[in-house]
Design a protein around this ligand. Structure first.
Ligand code: NDP
Ligand code: MG
Length: 386
């Protein structure tokens, strides 16, 4: 029985993880989890799984469930995430909170020798070199949950690295793939949240609409697999059936294809290195009918171009890219800025904040904080917030 901790169990990835835990009750035991504010779900999951410890990270809710609920200890505040992952009964940590706040508990889990099933891409994008140093130091097993990276992880494992020429991440194209570009400025939050193929949390759904999610994923892939930015490609694939492709030096392309449902990569990352048992879902290739692939139009998706620029610039540029995006997307979701202002604010942050390489966690956090302040200032003075 493998002990599992799920950070952000009430979100989209968190809920899919619960589905997998229910399907494989004989293999996994949920020992700890966090919600930010979803108390009702927290209570029902305590009743169902009897974890040792849970955390409610929204500090406004301090004390609402007391310190003990049934036989489960209740912790409060973001700092308690690190306590959840350090439990001796926990072997694998699923990082499914949204945003760069995922970094501290991820570091705590690495230092405590846990296997990491990493969904929280912002941690790798923002703190990539630091996380990679720690992963090497503690010989951490880190398995990507992000569907494209999980697909690539499985493909790369089957092929010699020296035989791989390039890797490709697929992108659905998001909510506005076919909308005339001049209309993007006026799209609503509701329209942006209407993703054609995946059901996900609001932040990543907005990220996907502008292919900024794919930009984050390009940087995530760079840090996970060590490919240069010239070796990482993106294709639009509206069906979201193929998730990753590797091109080998003999000119072949090997692709990983599965139904767009996060339970597949989550189950793989939980079981790995043991092969996932029968998922009891039958999907016949004959039902897929069409698989289309075409290059992204960077006029439609300027955020993707900026992500490559930030990745290639290195240093703190990916951290600045991520923090600017997190702030801008939050403003868009609050209906304070337009959809097209998001990449403009990111570009402004990349131009204005020095990308000198931070030495340690505090250095990265400082860049992250400065960027967020800059975006708020730009917004207050109506700078690039068309
Ligand atoms: P959701 O928005 O659906 O869920 C976010 C989770 O984080 C919830 O449990 C939420 O709690 C919690 N949370 C929100 N705010 C805070 C906070 N301030 N402090 C601590 N916890 C907080 O996100 P997703 O599940 O869509 O995404 C999670 C991560 O996984 C992201 O990094 C995303 O990029 C990545 N990812 C997601 C995929 C998907 O299919 N959704 C696919 C690949 C990667 P509460 O519900 O109580 O507010
Ligand atoms: Mg993805």
């Amino acid at each position: 029985m493998v002990g599992v901790s799920v950070l952000g169990i009430s979100g989209s990835v968190g809920s899919s993880t619960v589905k997998v835990l229910r399907q494989f009750r004989d293999s996994f035991s949920l020992r700890s989890f966090s919600v930010h504010s979803n108390l009702d779900l927290a209570k029902s999951l305590i009743d169902e799984f009897s974890p040792e410890v849970i955390s409610i990270t929204d500090s406004k809710l301090e004390g609402t469930l007391g310190s003990k609920y049934k036989s489960t200890t209740i912790l409060y505040g973001e700092d308690s995430l690190s306590d959840l992952v350090r439990l001796s009964s926990v072997s694998v940590v699923v990082t499914a909170v949204v945003g760069a706040r995922g970094v501290r508990p991820t570091i705590a889990a690495i230092e405590a020798g846990k296997k990491i099933a990493i969904a929280n891409k912002e941690t790798l994008v923002t703190f990539g070199p630091l996380i990679n140093r720690l992963v090497a130091k503690y010989s951490t097993l880190m398995v990507p949950v992000d569907s494209e990276h999980n697909a690539l992880f499985q493909l790369i494992e089957r092929e010699k690295r020296s035989n791989i020429r390039a890797i490709t991440l697929t992108a659905s194209g998001g909510s506005f793939r076919t909308l005339p570009i001049e209309e993007l400025e006026h799209v609503s939050v509701k329209q942006a949240l209407n993703h054609p193929t995946w059901s996900m949390g609001p932040k990543i759904t907005v990220d996907s609409a502008g292919l900024i999610n794919k930009g984050l994923e390009v940087i995530e892939a760079h840090f996970l697999f060590g490919f240069s930015y010239d070796e990482i490609e993106v294709v639009i694939h509206p069906q979201s059936l193929t998730h990753g492709i590797i091109e080998t030096i003999d000119g072949a392309c090997l692709q990983y294809t599965s139904h767009p449902d996060m339970i597949y990569p989550i189950a793989h990352s939980l079981f790995y290195p043991i092969p996932t048992p029968n998922m009891l879902i039958e999907r016949k290739p004959s039902t897929w009918k069409t698989l289309e692939f075409f290059p992204p139009n960077l006029d439609r998706y300027p955020g993707l171009k900026l992500a490559y620029l930030a990745g290639r610039a290195g240093g703190a540029a990916p951290s600045i890219f991520n923090a600017a995006n997190e702030e801008a997307v939050a403003l868009f979701l609050e209906e304070k800025i337009s959809f097209t202002a998001i990449p403009k604010l990111i570009e402004s942050a990349l131009n204005k904040i020095s990308n000198a390489f931070p030495d340690d966690l505090e250095g990265y956090l400082e860049k992250d904080r400065k960027t967020r302040e800059l975006i708020q200032k730009e917004f207050q003075r109506g700078g690039v917030t068309i």
